[in-house]
Design a protein around this ligand. Sequence first.
Ligand SMILES: Nc1nc2c(ncn2[C@@H]2O[C@H](COP(=O)(O)OP(=O)(O)O)[C@@H](O)[C@H]2O)c(=O)[nH]1
Ligand SMILES: [Mg+2]
Length: 400
Amino acid sequence: MGHLVGLTGKPNVGKSTFFSAATLAIVKIASYPFTTIEPNVGTAFLRRKCVCKELGVTDNPINSTCINGERFIPVTLVDLPGLVPGAHMGRGLGNRFLTEVSTADVLIHVVDASGGTDEEGRPVKPGTRDPLEDIEFLEREYVEWMKGIVWKDWPRLSKLMEQTKRDIAEVLAEKLTGLSIGYEEVEESIEKSGLEAKKPMQWREEDVREFCRILREQSKPIVIAANKADKEEAEENIRRMKEAGYEVIPTSAEAELVLRKAERMGYIEYLPGDGDFRILRGGEMNEKQLRGLQAIRERVLDKWGSTGVQKVLNYAYFDVLGLIVVYPVENPTRYTDKKGNVLPDVYLVKRGTTVRKLAYMIHSDLGEKFIYGINAKTKMRIGEDYILQDGDVISIVSAA
Ligand SMILES: Nc1nc2c(ncn2[C@@H]2O[C@H](COP(=O)(O)OP(=O)(O)O)[C@@H](O)[C@H]2O)c(=O)[nH]1
Ligand SMILES: [Mg+2]
């Protein structure tokens, strides 16, 4: 059920800093048993307004946390190995990189918006490197790699398809197993690249590349985190990336990490995604620390609205993956589970999910013996085909 979001990009753009910041739990979350599984696989949190305020209740979250009426929902974040030019040819950690990238449902491409790192990630004078090139490079590298997989053995395979009259989309989906790409996406990409009418034996390398380019767009969406946005040189580049039509979110991973550490020390009050912080124990910080926080306020929060880290995560899940949140409860009047916990769990489901499907997600028994659901907000009965809405509180009645 869980979705996978991976951080990618060339070395030195701030992927690890982003990962550390996003997975460093703030005080009220730290006491929960959300553990980091591996050095590069961790738990990050989505932030969403909780329904507790709207319903006028005090909740006891179990699978997530609620702080000042904001729900923080755990999700898995992966820090992938750095990408270097020629990765698709197997350079550096190239192939391992691409194989790992392919398991992600969404990629967060971290770029150095300040233009302070060259194509391989070596530090250069800020403003030198054009981050647009990094964006194009990653897309190209990934497409070349996919093309390599499909094009390999194509003459033999296409002949075989012709002889056996096998469905092209089926064969291609099989060839691309492990890349978390579905049959429908393959079918749609063949259509969109205008190759439907062309026999596989007539596909040229260029056709396969175009097919892969479209398939990449469909199956592997990329969210661009324009990092190091705290640097002056980033502003112009961010404007240019937006002008070029890219959906970019300015971030300062470093600022987010500093703020979370200060929060953990009890120096400030701050929730990830906030547009400002409040100093609690300023007297215990030295002059340098206070100046550092003030710089973050001026160069990041006041300028961009937030550090952007939370925004990137929320965007990847809610906008790109199109997930919504629903609150399953046992008791539709009190909004509780069996043990009396109010609004205990949040489920992330795809837009368009039915209540019956939700029942299956909770427990196969609940799905199989489903009788009807209750929309706890309206107390109305709902049938199995009811399409869940964002923020729904749902009770399921079953014969189980
Ligand atoms: N100015 C600035 N520097 C950053 C930011 N994020 C990371 N860095 C710095 O960039 C360098 C590389 O960061 P790292 O996270 O190791 O990059 P990775 O190789 O992509 O994982 C380090 O010196 C970080 O301190 C940021 O938001 N702003
Ligand atoms: Mg790193």
